[in-house]
Design a protein. Structure first.
Length: 454
């Protein structure tokens, strides 16, 4: 049993003072007591730690390598994707494990407690499966074991190169599986997760409407009866146009009519939606998995966050391409995008709650829903996913409650994160991961081996 005492803590019904939190031996919160005498480990400000709901871990190793314009004057997401395909063709299982461990270390230091890994790099270069079909999934799981981060494994089904069912190109062939082979791969990934601590979970991810066949998409809810279902949706204008050209309707409309969207689903990006699509998708109960830094980097567009939240929609935050892993910056970018689009201020605030508080509450609940992880709340029975902030910093000095959250998100950065626990595992102490030196050394060896990949 571990006992913490917080001068201020964000509880499900709001801020409270002199809060005692008891953690059991498995990493769950056993009890929360308000107005308690000081006992155990003292912290000044205790918050629930959110889930990073969307990540392609391997892409972290190519961050900063794609910022030059090619011969085509209209450089875009699609030209970036070709560079990414060239890069991943060099990756070995050992590389993936080292990169994943490093990425999860950075996520923990940013304040995330769990990583939902949208894992689609399955096979050898050339597309031949490894002797162990789930080799790469096991490497992702090994990364989580080494980093101490919570994991929601999301093996990705990727079969076609477009809505017309064309074969995968050279860059995509390492992702590809028929529906039957993918089911076997998924089963192996689930076994890898079962070897991790009890808080680890899994789901499934049909990559997108472009990459999976119509009939397969329609049966996902029944073919995979357990766990969340994640999918890219309405991210890019050419994607919307391709779906409309081949299937006769826009992506959101097709998914709503054919996939039984509900609370199990997390739809990633959703940056190219009409107003009526935004309202309808929000009301389905599905979570919108937003990745504002990556969406900015790739020119995806601006998610209609104001309309979505007004319609009761759930949101979660992810780092996607991992060009930067920065929790506070993801939230700041989300809010600033709304202000820039609408020429407004405090676009996501309400009468009851500040901008930072509303966003933070939303991603705590949305991330837990999107991963079916019992987290996001300092409450008995929930995983002890927690973080502390440096209230002695000049950026937070004298601040409390919602103003403290706003100051962290809008005036500070993730250097203000001091401690992070994932299911009770105290992985970040004094702002640094407890295994940082060893993890960084392994990552640098990988970067050295990949330095000429692009």
């Amino acid at each position: 049993m571990k006992i913490f005492w917080a001068k201020q803590a964000l509880l499900p019904d709001g801020w409270a003072s002199d809060v005692r939190v008891d953690i059991d031996a498995v990493g769950r919160i056993d009890a929360v007591t308000v107005g308690a005498a000081e006992v155990g480990e003292r912290v000044e400000c205790l918050l629930p730690a959110p889930v990073n709901v969307h990540s392609h871990a391997f892409q972290r190793a190519m961050a900063g390598l794609t910022e030059r314009r090619g011969p085509n004057a209209s450089d875009s997401f699609w030209t970036w994707r070709q560079l990414m395909f060239r890069f991943l063709d060099r990756l070995t299982p050992e590389h993936v494990e080292a990169i994943t461990t490093f990425v999860q270390m950075e996520m923990l230091e940013a304040g995330y407690a769990c990583n939902a890994e949208f894992h689609y790099l399955h096979h050898q270069p050339g597309g031949v499966p490894y002797d162990n079909l789930s080799e790469m999934a096991e490497r992702v799981a090994a990364g989580a074991e080494a980093s101490g981060m919570g994991l929601c494994m999301l093996p990705v089904h990727y079969q076609f190169g477009g809505c017309d069912g064309r074969a995968l190109g050279d860059g995509q062939i390492r992702f590809g599986n028929t529906f039957e082979r993918f089911q076997a791969l998924h089963a192996g990934a689930v076994e890898a997760v079962k070897a991790l601590p009890e808080d680890a979970g899994y789901g499934v991810a049909p990559h997108s409407l472009r990459a999976v066949g119509v009939e397969d998409l329609r049966q996902y809810s029944t073919a995979f009866a357990r766990g969340p279902i994640h999918m890219h949706l309405a991210e890019q204008i050419p994607e919307v146009e391709e779906v409309e050209a081949h299937w006769g309707v826009r992506p959101v409309e097709w998914a709503l009519k054919n996939m039984g969207l509900d609370q199990r689903f997390c739809l990633i990006h959703c940056t190219q939606m009409l107003p009526e699509e935004t309202v309808a998708l929000a009301k389905s109960g599905a979570v919108a998995g937003l990745c504002p830094i990556t969406e900015s980097s790739l020119g995806d567009g601006i998610f209609d966050g104001v309309r979505w939240l007004e319609s009761g929609g759930a949101v979660a935050i992810g780092s996607d391409s991992n060009i930067r892993i920065a929790l506070s910056e993801e939230l700041r970018t989300l809010d600033h995008s709304q202000r820039l689009r609408d020429n407004s201020r405090a676009a996501l605030a309400t009468v009851e709650h500040s901008t930072g508080r509303r966003m933070f509450d939303s991603i705590l609940a949305g991330g837990a829903q999107a991963t079916q992880r019992k987290s996001g709340r300092l409450e008995a029975g929930y995983w002890a996913d927690m973080l502390t902030l440096d209230t002695a910093s000049e950026h937070l000095w004298g601040r409390s409650h919602d103003t403290l959250l706003d100051s962290w998100i809008f005036a500070g950065d993730d250097r203000l994160v001091v401690d992070v626990w994932s299911a009770g595992r105290h992985m970040v102490q004094g702002g640094r991961h407890v295994g940082r030196e060893k993890i960084v050394a392994g990552y640098l060896r990988t970067i050295e081996a990949l330095k000429d990949a692009l």
